[in-house]
Design a binder for this molecule. Sequence first.
Ligand SMILES: Cc1cc2nc3c(=O)[nH]c(=O)nc-3n(C[C@H](O)[C@H](O)[C@H](O)COP(=O)(O)OP(=O)(O)OC[C@H]3O[C@@H](n4cnc5c(N)ncnc54)[C@H](O)[C@@H]3O)c2cc1C
Length: 597
Amino acid sequence: MTKTHQFDVVVVGAGGAGLMAGLYASKTAKTAVISKLYPTRSHTGAAQGGISAALGNYEEDRPEWHTYDTVKGSDYLGDQDAIEFMCNEAVDAVLELEHMGLPFDRTPEGKISQRPFGGHTNNVTGKPVRRAAHAADRTGHMILQTLYQQCLKNKVNFFDEYQVLDFIMVNGKAAGVVAVELSTGELHVIHAKAVIFATGGHGRIFEVTSNAYAYTGDGAAILLRHGIPLEDMEFFQFHPTGIYKLGILITEGVRGEGGVLINGKGERFMPKYAPSVKDLASRDVVSRAIYTEIKEGRGVDGKNFVYLDIRPETVNRIAAEDGRTNVDGSKYNLTAEQVLQKLPDIIDFCRVYLGVDPVTQMMPIQPTAHYTMGGIPTNKFGEVVVDDKNTPFPGLYAAGECACVSVHGGNRLGTNSLLDLVVFGKYAGLKAAEYANQSEFEKLPVGAESESMAQFEALKNGSGKENVFKLSNELKKVMFADVGIYRNEKDMLSALEKVRELKVRFKDVTVSDTGKIFNTELLNAWELGNLLEIAEVIAMSAANRKESRGGHSREDFPDRDDVNWLKHTLIWNKDGKLEIGYKPVVITKHQPKARVY
Ligand SMILES: Cc1cc2nc3c(=O)[nH]c(=O)nc-3n(C[C@H](O)[C@H](O)[C@H](O)COP(=O)(O)OP(=O)(O)OC[C@H]3O[C@@H](n4cnc5c(N)ncnc54)[C@H](O)[C@@H]3O)c2cc1C
């Protein structure tokens, strides 16, 4: 029996974006937050390094500089009106988190402590600026816990461990979602006036990734099936420093604290690729540099990794060579105690997973698939927009990593995602509640859950010729190898063909568990269906964009081409066939300039 519930606003996802949206919507509207994970297990909790805001707590900083750095980091594909909005809101957003009780690290005077991160600069001197507010290397964990407590205090209704399978639309408006309760297998229809998607990214299409197992692109895939386009899906960020083979992230904060990259010959190589900002160049630049070192035979022992070195003696020697000082101009002197205090979690990861102690040994690292720049198109109020004229879809909102506002454009700067969650999560919540309070409920269609039931039935009754894990591994391998850090036409088209073949083979998948209680096998299979759809969209958008920009790097088109490609990609599913269109980039103050490293 399907159960039906009714709320003004329903939020899908309980990460930073979903909780912020739920918190703000619940101030004026009856709100539910649905999450396939227990809320505090969301990937936001894995964020380590920090959240950016031009607080200027150590040195001069300005929202305009933050804006320019973000525009430049996006390789001019970010929409500048949205970027200005986010960077101007940043200071208040971080102070609001502080007032909610978030335990930020402190400066000696008691202000919120900040650390440098790649691409964040003083626009006058060009030197790195300390812009990332942090709570050790557990900033995301603290944000998640703080927001969850606030939601509980505000009596937000949580549906924990319910997985949303479908979106309900009636008369071209949002009308709710269909979800399965994981502990019973029962289907639920949540009837709502406004729906906010905050389902995170889809990094699990790649073999080596820093992303959680839950990153299967559910929200984006569900909306794609309903004719909503996805934007700039070719742009995926590879983070330079994942633990070798495992992909687990080693925060950029390590390089922020003075850590450096060393190749197999013992050389520090970043000055060769980015003479001015060196190891703190933006992520796409550093990932490509590591890839090139490895490809040219300078990986460690001929293998696919290089070292990240945070040993105090190395850091202090290089700081002296680079002229890096403390804020008061005194000699930079990192101690083993400070490494332990500032980076406790990554020290733990290395000790536990690698048997390597970063205080005395170098860490083996390789680039890891990290962040989804593209996603469900929205404007700066979190309203989902469905065409090149930015027409909003009534009652539908998206925020966080699943959305594309677009503030990150071709490449996101570190610490700008946590900021994106709190700023756009808040506005999505406010706008959804405002909309719901002015609207009536649409009448629910009969059998709203039938599509979800059919999907489950198909998975339970497939021919059984194919196995979910085998298909999933084939997908991850081909996407990492052929639609990864460096791309070219031939490889991408063969990846696209392979993904299409996998989609056909997916029809022959069957699940052996026919039970109802926590049937994770069935849900993994359903999620693979989403990953396959998203992978096809990524491979097709990437093969279509014939230039290199931000995280999209083509060997066959190595240059950025503003004449033909300074535009967003939109991709629609039209009766099972993907169709590509475009929309203009919003440029306010900053005309595109060539990249200087
Ligand atoms: C290891 C790591 C470190 C990072 N470090 C930083 C950093 O230091 N600074 C920074 O700015 N950014 C960082 N990022 C990026 C940033 O953390 C993420 O982009 C951000 O946290 C995503 O938040 P979100 O709210 O969009 O999604 P999430 O926090 O992942 O939440 C997604 C939610 O959606 C729910 N969900 C998904 N599908 C369904 C479904 N079908 N039904 C119901 N619920 C569903 C999940 O249960 C979850 O609650 C990091 C990312 C990673 C992976």
